[in-house]
Design a protein around this ligand. Structure first.
Ligand SMILES: Nc1ncnc2c1ncn2[C@@H]1O[C@H](COP(=O)(O)OP(=O)(O)OP(=O)(O)O)[C@@H](O)[C@H]1O
Length: 248
């Protein structure tokens, strides 16, 4: 199964008088790694969730390849989409292996190769029999990624999935995610607050502000000064931090 493209076609989501997402039209090419960045409340998570229908747009359509996600049951759609969020919510009464296999089990599909999935996320195979409570936060997020990939999903949505991790673990897991993206030939969409993470991992960085897309650039173009004022304000943060550290 090849990685799919994702198209937002005039997508808006209103909550009362708030436009969480405001007329977004954007195509994410098959096989790309896109970071969605922007201030808190800019609409990143809401836009991401229109893909797997955790949020239904007020207007507009979302297409995976050429198919409208609104067609057919949401459960069938979600089985084809890996989704990892900050507090991943592993089932506490199930072992790591059972957690990883839950998607295919519910769907009545063949059991996934748990050992291979643990290898992919660089967890020792012996954690398969453990309870989630006996794992660190970083290990739990790795299990979350393994669970998201278990049904063979080629589209991976990551919503601040590394938000609660220490910087070293976050960096290691980010690199592993990028390698997995390349090895498995995925389309990956990563919501992050961290512009440095976006620049280092993504092939394309989409900047949101007040529900709108205000920049859509490659990391190189952003670093060369493209993307406008809001994008450059975000790029300035890690750049100035690096300069201040170098000057210590
Ligand atoms: N279920 C909801 N009901 C009402 N308002 C909502 C709901 N979900 C989101 N919003 C509002 O929509 C706007 C966008 O929220 P969203 O969570 O998409 O932003 P975000 O960029 O992902 O923020 P953060 O980085 O803090 O997670 C915010 O003003 C938020 O308060």
């Amino acid at each position: 199964m090849p990685a799919p493209s994702v198209t937002f076609d005039g997508v808006s989501k209103r909550y009362g008088s708030t436009a969480a997402v405001d007329a977004v039209s954007l195509t994410i090419e098959a096989g790309s790694f896109v970071a969605l960045v922007g201030r808190s409340g800019s609409g990143k998570s809401t836009l991401l969730k229109t893909i797997n229908r955790l949020v239904e747009p007020s207007t507009g359509r979302v297409l995976i390849d050429d198919a409208d996600v609104a067609t057919g049951p949401a459960a069938a759609l979600r089985r084809r989409i890996g989704y990892v969020f900050q507090h991943i919510g592993l089932f506490p009464h199930m072992s790591v292996a059972e957690n990883i296999a839950i998607g295919p089990r519910i769907a009545g599909d063949a059991a996934p190769d748990v050992a291979r999935l643990l290898d992919l996320v660089e967890l020792p195979r012996e954690v398969a029999s453990r309870d989630p409570a006996a794992l660190s936060g970083g290990q739990r997020q790795r299990v979350g990624i393994a669970r998201a990939l278990a049904p063979g999903a080629k589209l991976l949505l990551m919503d601040e999935a590394f938000g609660a991790l220490d910087p070293l673990t976050r960096d290691a897991l980010g690199r592993r995610l990028r390698d997995l993206h390349d090895e498995l030939g995925l389309t990956t969409i990563l919501v992050t607050h961290d512009m440095a993470e976006a620049l280092l991992l993504a092939t394309r960085v989409v900047v949101m502000d007040s529900g709108r897309v205000v920049a859509d650039e490659t990391p190189h173009a952003l670093l060369a000064g493209s993307g406008g004022e809001q994008a450059q304000a975000l790029v300035a943060v890690p750049r100035e931090q690096a300069q201040r550290i170098a000057a210590l």
